[in-house]
Design a protein around this ligand. Structure first.
Ligand SMILES: *[C@@H]1O[C@H](CO)[C@@H](O)[C@H](O)[C@H]1NC(C)=O
Ligand SMILES: *[C@@H]1O[C@H](CO)[C@@H](O)[C@H](O)[C@H]1NC(C)=O
Length: 250
């Protein structure tokens, strides 16, 4: 490989690091705190870029990979159940509609930042590990498909500003999702590897009592959603300076 290519790459890399990435031209910039404009602009961005925007760190929204999560870890509670998820992929973020935005003022800490969104369907595929002494008293793993229908979420963000090369960068350090679900359809493969009928029966129990399971698993899943949303936002905020996302004040 030629030195020139390496040099060019290095140059671009350095330039990019110094000057920060720019939003693509098809993204409409808004004034600070203009909620109406932000809602429209974010929705347009999502529609135009379902595969993400690598240059600004936005991951693919139609197939978003995120880290392993511990959903339940309760060895000392009466209901003993360990529940972990690996190889996590979310599908359906590309169909997100942002319905409400608050905050994003010039001084971002002057008002709480809030984002409300609606997804008709969020599909979560993963490999799970389950170990319990509860409805079933054994250890198993397999793939799971989790279908969150009519998924409504309100994200409450806490942010700090970081300064790099005289530019202000936003960083989310706390994100609390509050989630409403219309319906949860979940399928665990191989719950009982040696007995398919029992696997079907147990999955039927999960789905008939999805509200109870949602209530039980909600705190762990919330953590997983919180990590997911924080990662998506921070990747963009790391790349594009805060002031470069908005129209300059006049
Ligand atoms: C907010 O942005 C819209 C454009 O999307 C513009 O028409 C409106 O005047 C702006 N509102 C304020 C208060 O700047
Ligand atoms: C997102 O919307 C498209 C178009 O309506 C649809 O084909 C796709 O299945 C949806 N994604 C999910 C995960 O439901």
């Amino acid at each position: 490989m030629g030195k020139l290519i390496l040099l060019t790459w290095l140059f671009c890399y350095i330039l990019n690091t110094i000057s920060g990435a720019e939003l693509p031209g098809d993204v409409q910039k808004c004034s600070f705190g203009n909620s109406t404009c932000l809602v429209r602009s974010i929705n347009t961005l999502i529609k135009l870029h379902p595969k993400g925007i690598p240059a600004i760190g936005l991951p693919p929204l139609d197939s978003y990979h995120f880290p392993d999560t511990v959903v339940l870890d309760s060895p000392n509670r009466p209901i003993y159940l360990n529940f972990n998820m690996r190889d996590n992929v979310n599908k359906g973020f590309e169909n997100t509609t942002v319905t409400h935005v608050e905050g994003f003022l010039r001084e971002p800490n002057q008002k709480q930042i809030l984002i409300k969104a609606h997804l008709p369907r969020l599909l979560h595929l993963a490999t799970y590990d389950l170990e319990g002494r509860w409805l079933f008293c054994h250890k198993t793993s397999g793939t799971l498909q989790s279908d969150f229908q009519d998924f409504r979420v309100t994200l409450t963000l806490k942010v700090i500003l970081e300064y790099r090369n005289n530019k202000r960068y936003l960083k989310v350090y706390d994100l609390v999702p509050s989630i409403y679900l219309g319906r949860w359809i979940i399928w665990f493969d191989d719950l009982f590897k040696e007995n398919f009928d029992l696997t079907v029966a147990m999955n039927a129990v999960f789905n008939r009592h999805w509200v109870e399971f949602w209530n039980e698993l909600h705190p762990g899943l919330k953590k997983s959603f919180s990590n997911g949303f924080t990662t998506i936002l921070n990747r963009v905020f790391e790349n594009v300076a805060y002031d470069d996302m908005f129209l300059p004040d006049r």
